[in-house]
Design a protein. Structure first.
Length: 539
């Protein structure tokens, strides 16, 4: 094997080890943090500065600002974070991403074998998950340092190559080309740390200096936003707004620094240190400055993003699911959150159908009957989308708790769809039969239907509230109410038959419709009670 081939293989092997190591380290740290990280991001970020700090910590754990931005895309898509609160986290995430570059800029490559050995030992001998996750993180960092060592060694053989030195010299005279290279490479490998790691390896062999590295750093900072843009494509509007915001932050920062790279380099060099340390410091200072400048302006920035990506007035249930983002399937808690949000849209539609059905019955409104039937089509479409999404979650590794939630949501979507079908195919048909046959209820019979409908509607509303909040006491109220409603339905049947026996004309005219209405309202209540059992975990 000739020297050029060895050098090339050493470089790409080093890049591969660095990226894989960062991935393993990030996974280990994320698993150690568990769902607490997602919980903190979604609930503890009301203060901008605190949100930025939390974003920095989250990215330091995940070893990737791209991973944090993708996680935020999922949280916003699930409705757990607003756009305004997300922007501060994004700025902090970009600071946290510089920590990995700072680590690889120190000359600690000789410790890589020890880190790998310790990490593997913890994974093999530990019985607890915490030690195993820690082992993965340590192993990952060991591979990162191994990768940097390989890259530095490989690029060292180019130091004496006159042709390569001339190429680097020509590129150094073209900052725009270096900027584009940094952007493209980062977008491909999805890691700004990997791109800047290449620059550090070249600087370690005096092939480039800080001035040549700065355009690469700026390009890498924009390139790192490509992952979230790709992840959000075709996803919910809120998720796309987050991805675009991340890209615009970077673009705005680069637009400010690129024309002033000379003074910026002078500022970095005031702190001294080798070219390697200066490259890492430039990356950190750029992102810190970005946060300082834009953190007070997150509200205005959110306004700009909403103007660029406005709400779509026509976006409704007819367009299918709005909040299901495939990128969250790798994170079951986020995916479950999005499915829950979509199910609540189904629930709203079903409640509207049940409420408006009584209007059709009372006012003989055929046009409203058509609208209710269309809403049932929307419910069917949402049920299909949610069911498909939940089934895809099962393809990932689910904990026992997540598996129960997934099964429970499948039951809920089925029951809501059943309620919609009862309203559309049974209750609505009875209302149309009344309209077309010009049937009338007796005054007492109509009063009983109104009363029973009101109680069934209230039970459905309570069941949905219990589902939305996880309130077991509300669920128990629905279950207790079922028996009372069954008793009341039997009383109303006997009362109606008693009126028939008296020969009331209205009762005779509408008898079949009256009894079938009570039967189907009772069926609606049965499905509502099923929702309550899901809340209690009694599937």
């Amino acid at each position: 094997m000739d020297e050029a081939t060895k050098t090339f293989l050493g470089l790409i092997g080093g890049i591969g080890l660095l990226l894989y190591g960062m991935n393993i380290a990030g996974e280990g740290l994320q698993q150690a943090a568990g769902t607490r990280l997602r919980h903190m991001l979604s609930t503890l970020t009301r203060n901008r500065i605190y949100g930025a700090a939390l974003g920095a910590v989250a990215t330091a754990l995940m070893q990737s600002s791209s991973a944090t931005s993708v996680l935020l895309v999922g949280l916003v898509g699930a409705g757990l974070l607003s756009l305004g609160r997300t922007l501060g986290i994004l700025l902090g995430a970009d600071i946290g991403a510089t920590i990995s570059v700072q680590l690889i800029s120190f000359d600690i490559f000789e410790w890589a074998p020890l880190l790998v050995a310790v990490g593997v030992a913890l994974i093999l001998v530990s019985k607890g998950k915490a030690y195993s996750f820690a082992g993965r993180a340590i192993l990952g960092f060991g591979l990162v340092f191994f990768g940097m060592g390989l890259m530095t060694e490989a690029s060292g053989s180019w130091a004496n190559n006159e042709l390569f030195r001339d190429l680097i010299g020509n590129l150094s005279a073209s900052p725009l080309i270096l900027f584009v290279l940094g952007l493209v490479v980062t977008a491909i490998i999805q890691s700004s740390a990997g791109t800047i790691g290449i620059a550090i390896a070249l600087a370690a062999n005096q092939l480039i200096d800080l001035e040549s590295a700065l355009p690469i750093i700026l390009g890498a900072n924009i390139g790192t936003s490509a992952t979230a843009l790709i992840a959000s494509a075709g996803g919910p509007l809120e998720a796309r707004r987050v991805a675009v915001a991340h890209a615009l932050f970077k673009i705005a920062g680069v637009a400010l620094v690129f024309p002033a790279m000379g003074p910026f380099a002078d500022l970095i060099q005031l702190a001294g240190g080798s070219a390697i340390r200066q490259i890492a410091n430039a990356h950190t200072l750029f992102n810190v400055a970005l946060a300082v400048v834009f953190l007070p302006l997150t509200g205005q920035f959110a306004w700009v993003i909403r103007k660029l990506l406005p709400d779509r007035a026509a976006e409704s249930a007819a367009a299918g699911a709005r909040f299901l983002d495939p990128v969250t399937l790798s994170s079951p808690p986020l995916a479950i959150g999005q499915a829950t949000r979509e199910i609540l849209r189904m629930a709203d539609l079903v409640q509207e159908m049940l409420r408006d059905w009584l209007v059709v019955l009372a006012e003989n409104d055929g046009h409203l009957a058509e609208q209710i039937s269309e809403r049932d089509d929307d419910v069917d479409r949402l049920q299909s989308d949610v069911r498909s999404f939940l089934t895809r979650i099962s393809e990932t590794r689910l904990s026992g708790e997540m598996s129960e939630k997934q099964i429970g949501l499948l039951y809920v979507t089925h029951d809501l769809e059943n309620i919609g079908d009862v309203i559309d195919k049974n209750l609505l048909e009875l209302a149309l039969k009344k309209i077309h046959g010009r049937h009338m209820f007796s005054e007492k019979g109509w009063s009983e239907i109104q009363e029973y409908h009101e109680r069934v509607e209230r039970a459905l509303e309570t069941a949905i509230s219990a589902f939305a909040t996880g309130d077991v006491e509300l669920a128990n109220n629905v279950i207790r109410e079922k028996e009372e409603l069954s008793d009341r339905e039997r009383e109303m049947r006997r009362a109606h038959i008693a009126r028939l026996n008296t020969g009331r004309a209205e009762s005779l005219d509408s008898s079949d419709i009256h009894l079938d209405v009570l039967t189907n309202l009772k069926r609606v209540n049965t499905y509502s009670t099923n929702l309550a059992y899901v809340v209690k975990g009694e599937l």
